[in-house]
Design a protein around this ligand. Structure first.
Ligand SMILES: Cc1cc2nc3c(=O)[nH]c(=O)nc-3n(C[C@H](O)[C@H](O)[C@H](O)COP(=O)(O)O)c2cc1C
Length: 192
């Protein structure tokens, strides 16, 4: 009986903490980070299944600026098994696919969104990072994933591939945690 009561107390305590956190998140207010002031902002993303696109659209609606999608010259197969097999083969062989050109020369700040593939950046985003000059640009990455990320590998990849001077702390969003998206994004932006 005592054990049962203890169990109920622990569950109630945890529920209270979760409710307090959700209320705090719901009431969060966006404070525009100083680094975004008077800057030309681009939010760019690659998304195969729509999760990263959803985060990108919400992010752009908060920070303003332009929204662009990275498109592959040769699209992946629609069949999920064939698609996953091909992507894994490309990652194994360090294959970088061809993407359509995007002019980024007008921007000061670029939010770059990618799904996490094999614990790291997706290969279409690798292509985008390889193909462009980021000399005078601040990169702010964001990712969607299902759970397994090698955060050190992700940032090292950004630093090794690009000539970027400044990379801000990325946002990682779990695909099954895509609720109160705007509020989660604001929480991250407020601490950038
Ligand atoms: C080929 C492939 C590999 C993946 N590898 C990982 C992984 O290593 N870690 C992880 O957390 N999620 C992984 N995922 C899940 C995706 O990161 C997740 O579903 C993401 O939200 C998909 O974004 P999208 O809908 O914008 O394409 C993988 C998905 C695919 C298709």
């Amino acid at each position: 009986m005592e054990i049962l009561l203890c169990g109920i107390c622990v569950v109630l305590f945890l529920l209270t903490i979760i409710i307090i956190k959700i209320i705090a998140l719901k009431n969060i207010i966006y404070k525009k980070p100083a680094i975004l002031s008077d800057k030309k902002i681009l939010t760019i993303y690659y998304s195969n299944g729509g999760n990263t696109k959803c985060v990108a659209q919400n992010l752009q609606s908060i920070v303003g600026g332009d929204l662009k999608e990275i498109e592959l010259i040769e699209k992946y197969p629609k069949n999920i098994f064939k698609m996953s097999k091909l992507i894994r083969k490309q990652i194994q062989e360090d294959f970088i696919p061809q993407i359509k050109d995007i002019d980024i020369s007008n921007y000061d700040i670029i939010f770059v969104g990618s799904p996490i593939w094999n614990f790291s950046v997706s290969v279409p985003i690798e292509a985008f990072l390889q193909n462009n000059n980021f000399e005078n640009i601040t990169l702010i990455p964001f990712f969607t994933c299902s759970g397994g990320v090698n955060k050190t590998k992700v940032i090292t990849k950004f630093k090794n591939i690009t000539n970027v001077k400044e990379i801000k702390k990325p946002l990682y969003m779990f695909e099954n945690g895509l609720f109160l998206i705007k509020q989660q994004i604001i929480k991250w932006l407020n601490n950038i």
